[in-house]
Design a protein around this ligand. Structure first.
Ligand code: ZN
Length: 288
């Protein structure tokens, strides 16, 4: 955080320097555009082919083939979810929260994409419907579905609580779920768990200190976030121990509810000649 009492005196032209207008780092105009008209047409004939209920303070994995859709539903009460995505055929290709944030902003909605890490860097999934898109940004600068938080985890909790051992943070839930799904040891898969998309979570940065904040999620049963799978996906979703994240996480204090994940198939032929994205075209020679 910035100091209340800086050690250095502002220069004479401080006002001029601060008044320089910002430039958006990555204007998305030249990104390959998602085929939203095609996806919108395809979602008209969707059929649920599988579903998994994520119990409170737990995580579950699910698989979605390229060209299918998946939805994350709020069911019994306000609940936020922490989402990880991997290439189902290559776990080293995983969701890159930081670059997705740089490209689409701090909070995602319809038309935004979840990008994979280097050297793959391609869209893994495209958001095709968001029942909370009406929320926008509130007066505190808060919004839903952020790519700014990382996930609640037992290591940060250990430091902040003076040695606490809590085992149902999203990081641990995702680690257990991935170990169960792959049959690999916990220690081996823990490094594959990565920074998340915070589904339904309402977050922002305080205007005065720039600190990460959360507030009660506006999500209600019936709300959902829908994605189109651009590649074969292995997903994992944790129902955060913070519940609606109105007060605290990393404990069993908050009221928590399940989340429902549905995998949906479009009608045969609905995607026409659609083909999934290739891995990134950079030649990886790095100037050597
Ligand atoms: Zn969490």
């Amino acid at each position: 955080m910035k100091p209340d009492h800086p050690q250095n005196t502002a220069p004479d032209d401080a006002g001029t320097r601060r008044a320089v207008r910002p430039v958006v780092c990555y204007p998305p105009d030249t990104l390959p555009a998602p085929e939203m008209a095609l996806y919108r047409a395809a979602r008209e004939g969707l059929q649920v082919i599988s579903s998994v209920t994520v119990p409170p303070r737990e995580a579950r994995c699910f698989r979605v083939a390229a060209g299918q859709f998946f939805r994350i539903h709020s069911v019994d009460g306000p609940q936020v979810g922490d989402l990880n995505l991997w290439n189902a055929n290559e776990l080293s290709e995983r969701f890159y929260s930081g670059k997705t944030r740089a490209l689409h902003g701090t909070h995602l909605s319809t038309g935004d994409r979840m990008w994979s890490c280097f050297p793959y860097m391609r869209p893994m999934a495209t958001i095709t419907h968001d029942t909370l898109d009406w929320y926008g940004f509130d007066a505190f600068g808060g919004s839903v579905h952020d790519v700014i938080g990382t996930r609640c985890d037992p290591y940060t909790h250990n430091l902040l609580s003076g040695g606490g051992q809590y085992h149902h943070c999203c990081h641990s839930n995702l680690t257990r779920a991935l170990a169960d799904e792959t049959g690999l040891p916990l220690a081996e898969v823990e490094g594959d768990v990565h920074d998340v998309l915070n589904v339904f979570m309402c977050t922002g940065f305080t205007r005065d200190t720039g600190q990460y904040f959360m507030k009660a999620s506006p999500v209600r049963p019936g709300d959902y976030l829908e994605f189109f799978a651009e590649i074969d996906l292995l997903g994992a979703l944790s129902a955060c121990p913070g519940g609606d994240c109105s007060a605290e996480h990393s404990s069993d204090t908050a009221a928590c509810f399940p989340l429902l994940v549905e995998v949906l198939r479009p009608a045969p032929g609905a995607l026409g000649a659609w083909t999934g994205p290739s891995v990134n075209g950079y030649d990886r020679s790095h100037g050597a």
